[in-house]
Design a protein around this ligand. Structure first.
Ligand code: PMP
Ligand code: GLN
Length: 380
């Protein structure tokens, strides 16, 4: 393994999901739903396979049906107009979109300012691009970005801001004021922005504001999203970017040498999913909001301090009220102690101290599974 990647080892999601499988624990670690998305969308994928749509390499930018559906979605929910032919690119999940964007847009030595705790692939992809990550640390209990610290962190080497809202793992949703301040800095310092908005439909209070909708941002922003989260088909790996033509073209240059293309038949099914009427999106959000409340109550009853998430399907907690000092050790011992698996946030921080006692719990699980987990956690 080369020096750029040596520090990264195995992702925490793989480690903790393997631990859950080995110990038969309830897996509230890796963020994937335990119920598949809408049956009619699964049927649409089966139909595409049977009808011979997408069984051979789809077009590099994604099938036109899906690119049109993505553009229509951005228009419908946010009033943002994107040309499906030049401003949309389908990727192998948001993961490839992140990788391709960073590999395409960064020169070795460029600095990237990213919200810390980082989603795990950010640090690795920045490293693969030979660039330097500069964390903007979100701190308990509020996990708000310090905008003065952001201003101070920008140097002549800063090329790009890497944002994530709603934010995994903290559940922070950036406010319109925070986004406006970030946008102003990006314009003033002429920075590109890559914004990971995969939880755009899981904002529990108010709505989601895409960074690209702020003044001066559309022309410098690559927006990333994914069908995995919104339609509960994480295994299909259908993601996308929307961005102005020059940025889409750059990201496509990298993408063509990563996967070239992926998920042919699933692309047709996701095109249908994006066009689902509003009640689908409302019911999805309401279901997860109720689960957030259930798990919040259970974790609180178990003695943890809960930081109520405004979005995503994760809850970050502090385990110090239990007398625990190390989230990683806690998560490794949790299956034996009570048959539940969670994720230690410290692995997403450069400033490990800032996240030492934080642990993340996924609530995208069946109500009875969450109830059982909460029962087990009483043993703590
Ligand atoms: N970004 C964030 C913030 C995520 O939480 C995830 C996955 N849970 C991804 C990207 C990756 O998405 P995908 O599964 O579509 O590759
Ligand atoms: N994004 C999911 C999470 O945060 C995991 C996806 C993965 O395993 N790469 O849990």
């Amino acid at each position: 393994l080369n020096r750029r990647l040596a520090a990264f080892g195995t992702t925490i999601f793989a480690e903790m999901s393997a631990l859950a499988a080995r110990t038969g624990s309830i897996n509230l670690g890796q963020g994937f739903p335990d119920t598949d998305g809408p049956a009619e969308i699964a049927e649409a994928a089966v139909r595409a396979i049977r009808d011979g749509r997408g069984n051979q390499y789809p077009p590099g930018p994604g099938v036109p049906e899906l690119r049109r559906a993505i553009a229509a979605h951005q228009q419908r929910f946010y009033g943002l107009g994107y040309d499906p032919d030049t401003e949309v690119l389908v990727t192998a999940g948001a993961t490839e979109a992140i990788a391709a964007a960073l590999l395409a847009l960064l020169e070795p030595g460029d600095e990237v300012i990213a919200l810390e705790p980082f989603y795990d692939s950010y640090a690795a992809c920045i490293a693969m691009a030979g660039a330097v990550r500069v964390p903007l640390t979100l701190r308990a209990p509020d996990f708000r970005p310090d905008l003065d610290a952001l201003r101070d962190a920008i140097t002549p080497r800063t090329r790009l801001l890497l944002l994530n809202t709603p934010h995994n793992p903290t559940g922070t949703v950036l406010t319109r004021e925070e986004l406006a301040a970030i946008a102003e800095l990006a314009v003033e310092r002429d920075l590109l922005v890559v914004t990971d908005e995969v939880y755009e439909h899981l904002v529990f209070e108010g709505g989601h504001t895409p960074l690209a909708s702020l003044p001066g941002m559309r022309e410098r922003t690559v927006t990333i999203s994914s069908a995995g989260k919104t339609f509960s088909f994480t295994g299909w790996k259908v993601g996308w970017i929307t961005a102005p033509p020059a940025l889409v073209s750059a990201v496509r240059s990298a993408k063509q040498f990563l996967t070239y293309v992926s998920s042919g038949p699933f692309q047709y099914a996701v095109a249908e999913a994006l066009a689902l009427p509003d009640p689908y999106y409302e019911a999805f959000r309401a279901d997860l909001a109720a689960k957030r409340d259930l798990l919040t109550e259970g974790l609180t009853a178990a003695g943890l301090r809960v930081f109520r998430p405004q979005g995503t399907y994760f809850i970050t907690t502090d385990i110090s009220p239990l007398g625990e000092k190390d989230g990683l050790a806690f998560c490794r011992s949790l299956p034996e102690r009570c048959g539940v698996v969670a994720i230690p946030n410290q692995v997403f921080y450069d400033d490990v101290e800032a996240g030492a006692t934080q642990v993340r719990w996924a609530f995208c699980k069946k109500t009875e599974v969450l109830r059982e987990a909460v029962d087990r956690l009483r043993a703590l």
